[in-house]
Design a binder for this molecule. Sequence first.
Ligand SMILES: Nc1nc2c(ncn2[C@@H]2O[C@H](COP(=O)(O)OP(=O)(O)OP(=O)(O)O)[C@@H](O)[C@H]2O)c(=O)[nH]1
Length: 353
Amino acid sequence: MSVARKIPATVVTGFLGAGKTTLIRHLMEQANGRRIALVINEFGDLGMDREILTGCGVQGCDGEETNIVELANGCICCTVADEFLPTMEKLVMGANPPDAIVIETSGLALPKPLVKAFQWPEIRSRVTVDGVVTVVDAHAVAGGRFADDPDAVQAQREADAALDHDNPLEEVFEDQLACADMVILNKADLLDEAGMDVLEQDLRARLRPGVKLVPAAFGKVEPAVLLGLDAAAEDDLDVRPSHHDTEDDHDHDDFDSFVVEFGPVDDLDAFEARLHAAIAGHDILRVKGFLDVPGKAARHLVQAVGPRIDRWYDRPWKPEEHRRSHLVVIGLHGLDEAAVAEAIRSGLTAPAA
Ligand SMILES: Nc1nc2c(ncn2[C@@H]2O[C@H](COP(=O)(O)OP(=O)(O)OP(=O)(O)O)[C@@H](O)[C@H]2O)c(=O)[nH]1
């Protein structure tokens, strides 16, 4: 009956590639027997985050013991009623409900409509939003990724007075900050102290009063810091402004996503150079996926956030698994799929049937 007995749900939000999956993986490693159910939603729909999470080899996130639910059909903030609510009901009304729930939203989701779903009577009586945790790529934000070039904006305005300037990246980012109960300044390893200080000051002005900023590298934040915020975010949505408030519907037409498939990759350095060139030559925001490297027992994970590419062998291919190379590419609307695919694939064979 008491509020304390509701299951706490933590909403982890943050722009594409900020480090949400990395943070959650760290949290699962530290779960210490606590049964945490994960609800994962992705833009680009390939179950990639599940793959990355379960590929880490850590007990507790091997996919067997962990309760991972994927919402692959579109963006969580737009499909709450169709997919999210039934999923939550099933999770919390089952015979063995979890101790806590962590929801990873897609990097393009506006968190407020999701938090609003917790006001539904069936959910509200059993679950509370413990906190909205927004993961920020400190390095990218400090580098001006979400800031417009003021001269370019001015020129655009002058060219067309009727144009309502909207930067879709900025809009998503602003919403994710405005809804936060805690902000993780991730990728602190890529920024010096002075840079972090400037960023903190800049972000503080865009947050609600009292919201904590926590610097982190590779999402290493104590579970005790992340969980137990006790914010009951569903109760004070009015103070969390969103672009969604003024729009009838939020769609993701501003962004495009597709999958590029190809055959085995022998020369990883040459591949990386091609990927760099493809990212530099097109408006690509995010790339993630796996490569089949001949002669290697493990699959090769590729992660690109803006111009930065990380890659490593994450886990052995399973005997029953079809070794294949495929990447999810996400970018601003208008991305030339054929040209990007050609740039990435050039010199490689077609995928095996
Ligand atoms: N240098 C550095 N890299 C990081 C850090 N945290 C995450 N990364 C890398 O950033 C890339 C993206 O991390 P993810 O955890 O997949 O990001 P995400 O927010 O889940 O990405 P989406 O699901 O696509 O929105 C990966 O290559 C990570 O290894 C960090 O603190 N420092």
